[in-house]
Ligand binder design. Structure first.
Ligand code: BEZ
Ligand code: FE
Length: 284
């Protein structure tokens, strides 16, 4: 029997009837419907379909254990942030994307330690707290942070000039839920553009930049783990993040401090930059 444009979709959906997992059936049915609708609406040519397959093949070939081009594609299409938004709709500090530069084992550090293992650059002190949504301090909460350097590079991108663990630290909040550490102010930076996602950005005349930020994962027993960023308030690209991950209330002042007594308190010299970030975790 000949299939036309719409009976073809019905035939495909009928093949899913015996799927035992109802969620898998629902996902494949919805994706199938939208995919067919897009192809019909676009009147896609054979050459365009081949180009789509070539593009996705290149995305796969560019992915390996240390690089995930499919995640990057999801990021620049806004899908990562959409999934984050759907699943992060609970009380407490807002979440944002994880990104590809997190190491599962950030080096454990003491409160007050510096994550700037190179020692150059204007000092920056980051202080903050981790609390329950009712304001109760979460003593011993873990705060995992990672950031790029003042030139916009993560340690893993420059193994020849940055020691492993530069810009990274796993801290334990004190009895009052407070944490603090020394670092440098991160720079804005481009997401990787040397693969097919970079080609897609170029073809659509999009810039690849992310505004300056410090990544944070905060966790405490009985609470929902939070993956988020502190965005540097005076950074370029806050209004046009290549991965759509900025949330206004995560934008944090990194104020310049010239008061020597304050510098002494944190073991830095003036002038230094100071940012403060209070985190609230939702109950699990
Ligand atoms: C990051 O912030 O590390 C990042 C997030 C998404 C894509 C690329 C980089
Ligand atoms: Fe980042």
């Amino acid at each position: 029997m000949d299939l036309d444009e719409s009976s073809l979709l019905d035939a495909v959906l009928a093949t899913l009837d015996g799927t035992p997992d109802p969620r898998l059936k629902e996902i494949l049915t919805t994706v199938g419907r939208h995919l067919h609708a897009a192809v019909r609406e676009l009147r896609l040519t054979n050459r365009e379909w081949e180009q789509a397959v070539e593009f996705l093949t290149a995305v796969g070939h560019t992915s390996d254990a240390t690089r995930q081009e499919f995640v990057l594609l999801s990021d620049v299409l806004g899908v990562s942030m959409l999934v984050e938004t759907i699943n992060g709709a609970h009380a407490g500090t807002e979440s944002t994307v994880l990104g590809p530069f997190h190491m599962v084992d950030s080096p454990a550090r003491e409160l007050g330690d510096s994550v700037n293992l190179i020692g150059k650059g204007q000092p920056c002190v980051i202080t903050g707290s981790v609390r329950d949504v009712d304001g109760t301090p979460l003593s011993g909460a873990t705060v995992d942070i990672w950031q790029c350097d003042e030139n916009g590079f993560y340690d893993v991108q420059q193994p020849e000039s940055q020691p492993p663990g530069n810009g990274r630290g796993l801290f334990h909040a004190d009895d009052e839920g407070r944490f603090w550490f020394r670092t440098v102010v991160p720079s804005h930076y481009p997401i990787p553009t040397d693969g097919p996602v970079g080609a897609l950005l170029a073809a659509t005349r999009r810039h690849p930049y992310r505004p300056a930020h410090v990544h944070v994962i905060a966790e405490a027993p009985g609470h929902v783990p939070l993956t988020t960023h502190m965005f540097v308030a005076d950074s370029p690209y806050l209004d046009s993040d290549a991965v759509f991950a900025v949330r206004g209330n995560l934008v944090t002042e990194f104020a310049e401090v010239t008061e020597p007594a304050e510098a002494e308190q944190y073991g830095v010299s003036v002038p230094f930059r100071h940012a403060h970030f209070d985190i609230q975790l939702a109950r699990a």
